[in-house]
Design a binder for this molecule. Structure first.
Ligand SMILES: Cc1cc2nc3c(=O)[nH]c(=O)nc-3n(C[C@H](O)[C@H](O)[C@H](O)COP(=O)(O)OP(=O)(O)OC[C@H]3O[C@@H](n4cnc5c(N)ncnc54)[C@H](O)[C@@H]3O)c2cc1C
Length: 378
């Protein structure tokens, strides 16, 4: 490594905290920590030119959970745990909006709607029975009754429905604008952000962590990994897995009636309107073999399934054509709960944010920053 004396002194040996990963979790952690303790020298090391996992590649739903998703979650978690996770997502969205504002995030509170088609009839009946139970539980915790049922056969241009469960406290935002605002906030707060630095390994050396990266050895008193589920081998006990999620955006559709964020089948399929177009993602559950990867890339079969869904279910008189397709990589675990922990002495992890990191990410950052800050006062 061609490192100068000056570079080593001013960059590689300067930091109290090195945060690995420049996505929502990493940036939120660094900013929250700097806000708690202005004196801490904090660096974010991001391997790519921009966050390269999910943070600006997602669908931008500000959502805290659909009923069929909660039912699915209850296979691994109790009712109370599921509600508590929903509440954390709600609080995360609140925090995100409080930190950056609706205007900056380009947030549109146009509602979240879970759709049930003929083939989902059984699920609709089961979910309807639980609507008031979830409303009561959320009412107790956040003072809101989010869910309402309707049995329209056509809803905002979506055809052949048996029913819809709506949540008026949900909406959509622009996650490119969000990530840009987070990077700007980090720099303004005094956090240093370094792109193009990949962390390969680390080891403790007394009270100091030595971080081996693509540009040399960095030294730091604390280390925080906010790497979704990349490099999962570093923390095998956390059982982190990567899943690829495909997204498409159509060309503008002149007579599009759609207005909202829409979920289908436990949140595996999702779509929304944006700038007169449809953005749709998901279907990874139908392609578990190809989509269990941490490699970005498009899968033609998934793209075809997404397009087929849009063409079958959404009413338009004009042809629907794809303008852009991309993928993002999700970090998931055995259940939906994110990880916020001190994995070993002075090494912290905020990861596995799953498909709801936009919603919960700001809260995870606060929680992880709290853990790191208190480790300095031990
Ligand atoms: C297609 C898609 C749609 C989604 N839709 C929504 C949605 O609508 N609403 C919602 O709430 N959530 C959604 N999500 C989930 C949300 O985007 C993620 O949960 C969230 O972005 C995770 O943030 P993160 O910071 O944990 O991870 P990431 O954004 O993946 O950031 C981790 C960063 O770590 C970097 N990194 C990894 N390894 C290293 C290393 N060794 N050294 C240096 N850097 C490293 C990566 O390059 C990456 O930038 C979606 C996800 C996808 C993929």
């Amino acid at each position: 490594m061609n490192t100068s004396y000056w570079e080593r002194q001013s960059f590689l040996e300067t930091f109290d905290v090195v945060v690995v990963g420049g996505g929502i979790a990493g940036l939120s952690t660094a900013i929250a920590l700097k806000n708690k303790n202005i004196d801490l020298e904090i660096a974010v090391l991001e391997r790519s030119w921009l966050s390269d996992g999910a943070s600006s590649k997602n669908a931008g739903f500000a959502c805290f959970g659909s009923i069929s998703e909660f039912v699915d979650d209850m296979k691994d978690m109790s009712f109370d745990e599921v509600v508590n996770l929903g509440v954390r997502r709600f609080r995360g969205i609140e925090k995100l909006v409080e930190n950056y504002s609706e205007d900056v995030l380009k947030l549109d509170w146009n509602g979240g709607h879970e759709l049930f088609f003929e083939e989902d009839k059984e699920s609709f009946i089961q979910c309807c029975k639980l609507v008031e139970k979830f409303n009561d539980a959320f009412d107790l915790k956040i003072g809101l009754r989010p869910y309402t049922v309707s049995t329209e056969s056509e809803f905002q241009g979506i055809l052949n429905l048996v029913g819809v469960i709506s949540n008026k406290y949900e909406g959509g935002l622009n996650t490119g604008a969000m990530l840009r605002a987070m990077v700007e906030r980090a720099l303004k707060t005094g956090v240093k952000v370094f792109n193009g630095v990949e962390v390969n390994s680390f080891q403790a050396n007394g009270n100091e962590m030595q971080v081996e990266t693509s540009v040399g050895i960095w030294k730091s008193r604390r280390l925080a990994f906010c790497i979704s589920s990349f490099h999962a081998h570093l923390f095998e006990e956390l059982e982190m897995q990567t899943k690829r999620n495909q997204v498409i955006v159509t060309k503008p559709i002149p007579d599009l009636k759609l207005n909202g964020t829409f979920h289908h089948q436990e949140g595996y399929n999702y779509f929304r309107n944006i700038d007169g177009r449809i953005l749709m993602g998901g279907m990874r559950h139908l392609f578990p073999y190809t989509e269990s990867t941490d490699v970005q890339g498009n899968t033609e079969e998934v793209i075809a399934s997404l397009l087929d869904f849009v063409q079958q279910k959404i009413h338009t008189t004009s042809a629907i054509e794809i303008d852009l397709a991309w993928s993002g990589i999700l970090g998931v675990g055995q259940d939906e709960r994110p990880v916020v922990t001190e994995a070993q002495e002075n090494v912290f992890v905020g990861a596995r944010l799953g498909g709801i990191g936009v919603a919960i990410g700001s809260l995870i950052g606060e929680e992880l920053a709290g853990l790191i800050a208190s480790s300095f006062s031990k």
